[in-house]
Write a protein that binds this ligand. Structure first.
Ligand code: CU
Length: 500
């Protein structure tokens, strides 16, 4: 409807212009051509000046009206350390171009008024003027030098070479149609290396080298990116297919993601998401409801989030490359990190592709020590006799033999430590088998296994009066001997607290 009305208005205006033309022609015939031409020139000249005044007022007014939605103005001051430098650069460019724009437009329209065609006026012809040449070469040169130098300073701020001695956290973004694969470095703040020969579309799409120690705690981020405030962040940027662009508008950083040519930038967030929201809160437009149909969501400022956008038109799914970035305090960041599971531990550990298969990792040893300690404490504090038995989950033997496997030593060392810390506790070490094979040889095997466990602990300097061992053979199953899983449960070593 609006379109139709606009169309009709334009049509009517065209008719009016044609009619005025016809009237002028008629008037010219009555009054004489020259007088009419003079009047038309005068009128056009006045209209031009009027247009200039309205145009400049509206232009300046709209700049003022929209200033709070522009980056660098109103609530949108930069959220990164170097950002104010970029904002200053944009601001000075805007001031310079605004002054030039104003002056040239006034001159342009004023001259077309002043020098409109009149009887007896003649154009002046200048072939060359050194002063004018000098003025319009030197002034732009000085202004441009100033802008370029300021720009270089900003560039060096986001592209420094960080050495190993610098404190920073590194994340990696690999763009593809149409999403980002984002890698977070975990506790060490450093990313593991990659090798294109390790790329496997199903299990290792980035070609991460799992044998690199730095890879163990790396996290492939599925949801939002979380980064700590006041920490230097280096972003490695690359692409798998076409050109993408890693753009964090609120931090004034933006860099192309180029297939085969890794790029990077550095930034230091200075404002947390929550602090930015509080800034927005002072502006009425941010206090409007976020979603009219869902008042529970609250005002717009409460729903504000920093975002990562692809700033390259990379295809029709381009829009879906948006991701949320959260800047939080150090404490919140540590909490978040503690809740994350490393990609290596969840998807690679123990699989055929695991280069550390058969080795124990420091974090696993620590984890097991913690688990055994808490099991032991629970057994100690429990009133019930049934709860005094703990399963030693990580004690293993060579197949069919009573000899302890190498990996058992971690669990047994942990156990020795716990027993030394609780000198009044006396324990029984119990061996159990499944029901396969001969009953009497099973009993023998379980007895020998329990004895080997006891001997290991005694070797570590524990008092022999605190320990006994028993072999129970297949007599006390906890699982179904008819299944593989049940038999595995039955082959076990237990610790029972006899007195405390
Ligand atoms: Cu893209």
């Amino acid at each position: 409807m609006t379109g139709l009305i606009a169309f009709l208005i334009i049509g009517l205006l065209a008719v009016i212009v044609v009619q005025i033309g016809k009237v002028s022609d008629l008037a010219a015939k009555i009054r004489g051509e020259e007088e009419v031409a003079q009047q038309s020139n005068d009128r056009t000249a006045v209209w031009l000046v009027g247009f200039m005044v309205i145009f400049l007022i509206l232009g300046t007014g709209s700049m003022y009206y929209f200033k709070d939605v522009m980056l660098g103005y109103g609530p949108h001051s930069s959220a990164s350390e170097h950002g104010s430098l970029i904002d200053g650069l944009f601001h000075s460019t805007l001031v310079v171009t605004f002054i030039v724009f104003f002056i040239t437009h006034i001159l342009l329209f004023w001259y077309s008024y002043k020098y409109r065609s009149r009887e007896g006026n003649k154009a002046q012809f200048i072939s060359h003027n050194n002063t004018i040449e000098l003025v319009w070469t030197v002034i732009p040169a000085i202004v441009l030098t100033f802008l370029v130098v300021k720009g270089l300073v900003a560039w060096n701020n986001i592209m420094p070479d960080l050495g190993p001695e610098d404190e920073y956290l590194e994340i990696e973004a690999t763009g593809y149609q149409f999403a980002w694969e984002l890698r977070h470095p975990g506790y060490d703040g450093k990313l593991g290396t990659k090798d294109f020969r390790l790329i496997n579309p199903g299990s290792n799409s980035l070609g991460i080298d799992w044998s690199d120690d730095k890879s163990i705690d790396d996290i492939i981020i599925q949801n939002e990116i979380v980064l700590p405030v006041d920490t230097t962040v280096r972003v490695r940027i690359t692409s798998k297919d076409v050109l993408h662009n890693f753009y964090l508008p609120h931090f004034r950083v933006k860099m192309d993601a180029i297939p085969g040519l890794p790029t990077y930038f550095i930034f230091k967030p200075t404002t947390t998401t929550e602090e930015y929201r509080q800034k927005l809160r002072d502006y009425p437009e941010w206090n409007e409801p976020y979603d009219e149909s869902d008042p529970d969501l609250g005002p717009r400022w409460k729903n504000f989030n920093y975002e990562l956008a692809c700033a390259e038109l990379c295809g029709k799914g381009h829009y879906s490359m948006r991701r949320i970035l959260k800047i939080v305090s150090r404490e919140e960041y540590n909490d978040w990190l503690a809740g994350q599971e490393s990609t290596y531990m969840t998807t690679v550990r123990g699989k055929d592709s695991d280069p550390r298969k058969g080795q124990l990792l420091d974090i696993e040893i620590k984890e097991r020590a913690k688990e055994l300690k808490s099991d032991f404490q629970n057994a100690l504090s429990s009133e019930s006799k049934d709860d005094k038995t703990i399963l030693l989950k990580h004690v293993f033997y060579n197949t069919g033999s009573a000899a302890l496997s190498d990996l058992s030593k971690y669990e047994l060392d942990n156990l020795t430590g716990i027993l030394k810390a609780n000198p009044t506790v006396k324990v029984e070490l119990a061996g159990h088998t499944d029901s396969q094979g001969d009953e009497s040889s099973n009993l023998e095997l379980s007895k020998n296994r329990a004895q080997n466990v006891m001997n290991y602990v005694l070797d570590k300097g524990l008092d022999a009066s605190r320990l006994i061992y028993t072999g129970y053979g297949e007599t006390l199953p906890i699982g179904d001997n008819g299944t593989d899983a049940g038999r595995e449960q039955n082959r076990r070593t237990e610790l029972r607290i006899v007195s405390q």
